[in-house]
Each structure stands twice: as structure tokens, then as C-alpha cells.
Design a protein around this ligand. Structure first.
Ligand code: HEM
Length: 477
């Protein structure tokens, strides 16, 4: 980190539009690209920031009056920066996590066993070849195809496409496992209107996401990769392809609910006869399944937070989906996914870490929806982007210390995230505190989410794309 220099003025035209705000299109397509002709790739990069060039134009943070049919953004990996000819001194100024790449950092983020990089799908198993990831956003496949064709038509064999991944949104913003997602995101000073999404958490400074702006740490900023034209206004991203074992998850809910039927503490979790408060017409077993799902996540599957509504997911109950914290106690298990990932105002071991590990999350399901009546063996999961200004201090610290080690609270230390963690059936557990002070311990959680690939990328600002375009012709400065 360095002492904050003079505060930079935020210029939306210099920042890619997929960082601070979500576009909320129904579909996304990721093109994984390998640079094969450096000079042509540089020219094409220049075209993406030159109006009227014919190449898809990079969407910026400048606000729309009319929402476009498509948006287009670019990310570059460290091998990509090298392939484009970024000078050594500049390469050396990028942070270690990004330089080493996601594959090398596997143990740190729990990508072990079946999630280890040697099992990853193409092209993520050959990280040296993955240089650029282009993202296309639209509401239908025809528009995705159109922009992809535009990429091909304007890039003249500059790069080869190593892989394509499509994601699509389910109704109601749900993801596989049936939870509503995309609710809690950091709000940025000067970007979001705090009255639109009430939330007791402080607004995040731009430096939590963008290079070159003040951070939460008083007077300190993350080192901006050099030169400033390349580093500033950029953001780092952990792109993850996360396969979800939906059949295994639903089977676990059934088993856990069956165990609770026989547990003497079960009635404290759900008094007999009160099943209807979980959902109309539910059997006791079905109601207990939903309770287990809620305790694992920290939200009922319809998004209602346990912290505000521990007894019922009733969507008509007047609770906020965003404005809550954990200072009030244990209505949400300490080890639940969202409490681990963002302890909000609750007590944690390193109080100073509160609010400093926030990530912008942009996730879209991939693969067909799971139909329990017709189970299949298709791969399905989440194409996730976890954006931040510092991969080590935000994404990795969260994935390692909080999600997989539980270091934020002695009551969960030694356990992993119940939804996402590197769990094994023999050792995993999740404690569910009860109103009386007793605890029900769920055991036997398998690993429900397996990493299938990913990459650490840099989302360059618009001046940085121009800088990359000008490399080699003496214009880059
Ligand atoms: C298949 C993978 C995943 C699934 C199914 C999943 C599911 C969810 C759900 C349902 C929510 C609640 C909705 C919301 O608060 O917006 C949530 C929140 C969250 N998740 Fe995940 N997640 C996944 C992966 C991850 C990963 C890899 C990370 C970080 C390394 C992560 C970090 C978070 C954070 C920070 C929140 C917001 C917590 C808050 O601010 O209250 N998730 N996730």
C-alpha cells in the first residue's frame, strides 16, 4: 500500500461498466482468447475504444439514457499482459496473486482434491495460454451471437478462441440450489444512492474496487500498477467456473431433515404443528428441509435474511432484504454462507477487517435447471466474477480465512462454509444455535461445489486499453 496521493477525480468514461454496477441482462457469454498475432490484437484492442471502428465498443460506466441491446467488456490475465508486450518493469508492478494466477494459488482458496487445477476444464488447465476474456451481455442468444460474430469479423485472426461459456439468469434471480441471489452488493460513494438500497453498512470507497482511489484504510491506497495509464481505473477479478452438485445438495437437505425429525432438539427448531409458517401445505420433513437450507445460507431460499426473520421466510413479512446486521445475536448461524462472507456489524476476531473484504459479485448460472423428477448428470453451476481492488486482501482472505477456516469467530474455527467450503463428509459440521442456548450440530456435509476452472484477471480502464493498443509502436507511455 502507499500513502494516498491527491484524490483522483472519478471519470466514468475511463472505467469499464461491468465493475461498479450490474447490467442485469438475462444472458452472458464469455470468450476465452489466446493472442496469436500481437500486432493485430493490439490494433483490435484500440478499435474497441474507438467509436465507429466496427469492433464491439467497450461499455463504460457512463450512465445510459436508453439501455443498449448488448454490452461488451474485456479482461486480461497476467500471461495476456506478457503476450501483449507490456514492459518488464510494468509487469513487475502488478500484485503477486495476479502474477502467480489462480491455478498457482489453488491451495490458498480451497481448490484442492476434486477442485484442484489438474482437474479443471479446458482452457483453464493451461493458464499460460489464456490471455483475454471478453464478456458479452444481452437478453437473448441472437444478440450474443451478433457481438461474437462482430469480434470474429473485426479481429482478423488476432487471437484464437480457446473456449466459450454461456450463463443465463433463472426467473426471480435464483441460482442452482434454489436460492435467490444478487441481493447484497457493496454500494459505492458517489455512484449509488443510499436511499435506494437501505443498508446500515457503510458505503464503500471507490478504492475498494478501483485502482488509484482512496480505500477503507485511512490515508492509504493500493499500489497502482505502473504506468498510471495502465494501472489506474482498473479492477481485479476472480473469474470462477463453479460446478454445483444440485442432486447431492437436495439429498443432503432430505437426510438432515430426517435426522432432525428424530432429534430431541428438533421441536425447538420447529414446534410441531407450525410447519405452515415455513410454507403452505408443507409436511414436517419438507419444512425442516427448508430450515436446513436457510441455516446453511443465512437467507431463506426466497432471499429473506434469517437475521431479520429467523422463524419464517414469509415474503409478505415487512423485512428488508439488505438492511440488517448480526449484532443482535445468533438468529443466523455464525457459520452460514453469507455471515461468513460478510460478517457485517457482528462481532469478529479482527474487528479491523470488518467491511474491508467486500467483493462485487456478478454470478450467472450455467447448465440446465435441475429437475428432481428427471435427475440427469449434466454439469451445472455458477459462472462467478468476484471483483475487488486487491485479490489477496479481499477475495483470497475471504475464501481462505473466512470461508474455509472460519478464523473470524472461535465458534466456527475449524469448519468450512456449508455451501461452498472444501468439506469432507467425515469432518464437516455446521452449528445451529437454538433460542434456549442449545446447539444442533449438522454433520456429514459433502463438498457441494467443485471448481472447474477460473482465472485471475485485470479489468483495465479505458486509458489502459489504449495503452495496450499503442504498445510496440512507440506511442505507449
Ligand atoms: C456456486 C457458488 C455460490 C453460490 C451458490 C452462492 C450463493 C449465494 C447466495 C444465495 C447468497 C445470498 C444472496 C445475496 O446476499 O446477494 C450469496 C451471498 C454472498 N456470497 Fe455466495 N455463492 C457462491 C459462491 C461464492 C463465492 C466463491 C464467494 C466468495 C469467495 C461468495 C461470496 C458471497 C458474498 C460476499 C455474499 C454476500 C454476503 C452479504 O453481503 O451479506 N459466494 N451467495
Amino acid at each position: 500500500m502507499s500513502a494516498a496521493a491527491a484524490v483522483r477525480r472519478f471519470e466514468p468514461a475511463k472505467v469499464q461498466g461491468n465493475i461498479l454496477r450490474g447490467y442485469r441482462y438475462k444472458r452472458v457469454r464469455y470468450l476465452m482468447l489466446e493472442v496469436t498475432d500481437v500486432a493485430t490484437t493490439r490494433r483490435w484492442l484500440g478499435a474497441t475504444v474507438t467509436p465507429g471502428s466496427g469492433a464491439p465498443a467497450i461499455t463504460t460506466e457512463v450512465q445510459w439514457t436508453v439501455k443498449p441491446d448488448t454490452c461488451f467488456n474485456l479482461a486480461v490475465t497476467y500471461p495476456g499482459l506478457r503476450a501483449l508486450g507490456v514492459p518488464k518493469a510494468s509487469l513487475a508492478s502488478f500484485p503477486t496473486e495476479f502474477v502467480q494466477g489462480m491455478n498457482s494459488r489453488a491451495v490458498k482458496v480451497g481448490d484442492t482434491g476434486p477442485s484442484a487445477p489438474e482437474h479443471w476444464a479446458t482452457p483453464f488447465n493451461e493458464p499460460g495460454k489464456l490471455h483475454l476474456i471478453a464478456s458479452i451481455y444481452a437478453n437473448d442468444i441472437a444478440h450474443l451471437d451478433r457481438v461474437e460474430q462482430q469480434v470474429t469479423a473485426t479481429s482478423a485472426n488476432a487471437f484464437s478462441t480457446l473456449g466459450v461459456r454461456d450463463g443465463w439468469c433463472f426467473d426471480g434471480d435464483t441460482v442452482h440450489f434454489g436460492y435467490r441471489d444478487n441481493i447484497s452488493e457493496p454500494r459505492f460513494e458517489g455512484i449509488h444512492d443510499p436511499d435506494q438500497t437501505p443498508d446500515a453498512q457503510p458505503m464503500s470507497p471507490l478504492g475498494a474496487m478501483l485502482m488509484g482511489y482512496p480505500t477503507e484504510y485511512e490515508g492509504l491506497m493500493w499500489n497502482v500498477p505502473e504506468p498510471d495509464a495502465l494501472g489506474s481505473n482498473g479492477s481485479f477479478n476472480a473469474f470462477r467456473v463453479l460446478a454445483q452438485d444440485v442432486a447431492g445438495f437436495e439429498a443432503y437437505l432430505s437426510d438432515a431433515a430426517r435426522n432432525l425429525l428424530a432429534d430431541p432438539l428438533g421441536p425447538e427448531l420447529l414446534p410441531p404443528g407450525e410447519e405452515a409458517r415455513i410454507g403452505p401445505g408443507l409436511s414436517r420433513h419438507a419444512a425442516l428441509r427448508e430450515i436446513v437450507a436457510a441455516k446453511m445460507c443465512g437467507r431463506w431460499r426466497n432471499g429473506v435474511p434469517l437475521a431479520l426473520s429467523p422463524e419464517t421466510p414469509d415474503p409478505d413479512a415487512p423485512v428488508s432484504l439488505t438492511d440488517f446486521d448480526y449484532s443482535g445475536g445468533a438468529s443466523c448461524p455464525f457459520g452460514a454462507h453469507i455471515r461468513r462472507c460478510n460478517p457485517r456489524g457482528g462481532t469478529i476476531v479482527q474487528r479491523a477487517a470488518r467491511h474491508t473484504r467486500r467483493l462485487v459479485r456478478r454470478g450467472t448460472p450455467y447448465g440446465p435447471a435441475f429437475d428432481p423428477a428427471n435427475p440427469d448428470s449434466e454439469e451445472r453451476g455458477l459462472l462467478g466474477n468476484f471483483l475487488c481492488a486487491n485479490l489477496g486482501a479481499q477475495f483470497e482472505a475471504l475464501a481462505c480465512d473466512w470461508m474455509n477456516l472460519g478464523l473470524q469467530d472461535p465458534r466456527i474455527t475449524g469448519s468450512n462454509d456449508p455451501l461452498l467450503g472444501a468439506n469432507t463428509v467425515d469432518t464437516s459440521w455446521l452449528d445451529i444455535p437454538l433460542p434456549s442456548g442449545s446447539v444442533i450440530r449438522l454433520r456429514g456435509l459433502p463438498r457441494f461445489v467443485r471448481t472447474r476452472g477460473g482465472a485471475y484477471t485485470f479489468l483495465p480502464g479505458l486509458p489502459a486499453i489504449r495503452y495496450l493498443a499503442a504498445l510496440g509502436d512507440g506511442r505507449a507511455s
